[in-house]
Design a protein around this ligand. Structure first.
Ligand code: SAH
Ligand code: SF4
Ligand code: F3S
Length: 449
């Protein structure tokens, strides 16, 4: 076995896990990452269970993979080993073998550190393996130091979630909440920084409840952890995602004024602008609570960019509830938002809640909501014109035309003309045009790095 292909579905935490799986298998089995499944001896699908669509996508992709696996079994290149990991692996377990019999290994997000042993066992016994326990504490102790880091380093600081919002599978798939020890997190970040990272993204399903001990016994919450990260040599930008309105605190808000490294961007999902729906979602906060945090954040930093998530057509959502959500969007004028149609998930409380909103009504509401969000985003983006912003160049723009794309400190995408060598650099740009989802900029002569 020589080559590894990983297809990633889902959130940033899955993306982080895919990186760690790559590091792990490079060390244990000398595997090299390749960019197509055809070139691989081991294919890993790292999956997401958050909405039905994510799951459907997985099974249709698996359908397409069947042929490839069969061809390999008949050819001379040796069999390909197929593993399904991540949140669907956790939720569906053995069911995956039934729906896709060519899959050899199923594992959950808290078991991927056992992959080397699973592969060895598979080679010896040729027996399918399913590993889905949920004890996050083990995993990090068995992973090698992180591999090559780009300019942006994502670091998981917390696993799982205890909030049990009534619609959400995450507590079921990622297990109970657990924070990584401070020293672990700082060590990993130091490695990334030594490899050239300048932006650190601290990840967790609910980072606002981070609580862990340092080696000297001091308890760190998220604010203190961020202070420690900011002290590390080479850190230029810090972000953290995702936060929960019911777990916010003033110390964290104040930090935006205090630390220049902390980017003025807050992803703080509200989900709905109706208190009745927030109650049914068991979110643990009201619209008024959220409004207060939004105001505090914007007061503490004039450039604060506020982002949110919305779910429309939650069971029982009336036209009035929906209008309250639209009104809230008009009032708070979010800089960015993700929006989803409610998806009924097995094992969650909301799956048995009634009355369901008819699909056509839900789809219309989602379209209206997205129109409102986009219009406001466009207005906000147009207001950026003429501003000077620092961007971190990440990649060539998807639009082609020789443009590069990078993000501002407020997490807005900016496209600029420039050579590929600028990828990975911090540049100072002037914003010249605003669109619904991006900005256009030009580089100022005095570049930052
Ligand atoms: N931990 C984060 C995000 C979790 S999932 C948080 O609490 O904010 C990302 C987003 O997916 C959620 O914010 C929510 O808007 C959406 N989502 C989660 N479950 C969903 C479901 N069953 N149907 C539709 N959207 C859902
Ligand atoms: Fe899911 Fe709620 Fe936990 Fe976010 S806070 S992961 S929405 S249960
Ligand atoms: Fe999806 Fe699991 Fe992330 S369900 S959103 S991959 S935590």
């Amino acid at each position: 076995m020589k080559n590894l292909f990983i297809k990633n579905f889902g959130c940033q935490m899955n993306l982080y896990d895919a990186g760690r799986i790559t590091d792990l298998l490079a060390k244990s089995h000398g595997l090299t990452l390749v960019s197509t499944p055809e070139a691989a001896d081991l294919i890993v699908f790292n999956t997401c269970h958050i909405r039905e669509k994510a799951e459907e996508k997985l099974f249709s992709e698996l359908g397409r993979m069947r042929k490839l696996v069969q061809q390999r079994a008949q050819g001379d290149d040796g069999d390909v080993v197929f593993a399904v990991g991540g949140c669907v692996g956790q939720a569906e377990g053995m069911e995956i073998f039934r729906r896709a019999p060519f899959v050899d290994v199923v594992f959950g997000p808290q078991n991927y550190h056992e992959l080397p042993q699973m592969l060895d066992r598979l080679a010896q016994r040729q027996q399918k393996i399913c590993a889905t326990s949920t004890h996050a504490t083990d995993k990090f102790d068995h992973l090698p130091a992180t591999g090559q880091s780009g300019p942006i380093a994502m670091v998981t600081i917390q696993e799982g979630c205890n909030r049990y919002c009534s619609y959400c599978v995450v507590p079921h798939t990622r297990g109970p909440e657990w924070s990584r020890p401070v020293a672990d997190v700082l060590d990993e970040i130091a490695v990334c920084l030594s490899q050239g990272a300048v932006e650190i993204q601290l990840l967790g399903q609910n980072v606002t409840t981070y609580k862990a001990m340092d080696s000297d016994g001091t308890i760190h919450d998220l604010a203190l952890l961020i202070r420690r990260v900011a002290l590390l040599e080479g850190v230029r930008r810090i972000r953290f995602i995702t936060s929960h309105p019911a777990d916010m605190n003033d110390d964290l808000v104040e930090l935006f004024a205090e630390l220049p490294e902390l980017c003025p961007y807050m992803h703080l999902p509200i989900q709905s602008g109706s208190d009745a729906i927030l109650r049914a979602m068991e979110r643990g906060h009201t619209v008024a609570d959220y409004r207060q945090w939004a105001e505090k954040l914007r007061r503490v930093h004039p450039e604060m960019a506020l982002a949110s998530d919305f779910i429309v057509a939650f069971p029982g959502e009336t036209e009035q509830d929906f209008q309250a959500t639209l009104a809230l969007i008009e009032e708070l004028r979010f800089d960015h938002a993700y929006s989803f149609l409610f998806s009924s998930r097995p094992g969650t409380k909301a799956a048995s809640m009634v009355p369901a909103v008819p699909l056509a009504v839900g789809q219309q509401r989602l379209a209206d909501l997205q129109d409102t969000l986009n219009r406001i985003q466009l207005e906000n983006n147009r207001q950026q014109v003429g501003k000077r912003e620092e961007i971190l160049v990440e990649k060539q723009s998807r639009t082609g035309q020789g443009l590069l794309s990078g993000r501002t400190r407020g997490n807005r995408w900016v496209n600029i003309p420039g050579p590929r060598e600028w990828i990975g650099r911090l540049l100072e740009v002037e914003i010249v045009e605003g669109f619904p989802n991006s900005l256009k900029g030009c580089v100022l002569p005095e570049r930052v790095v």
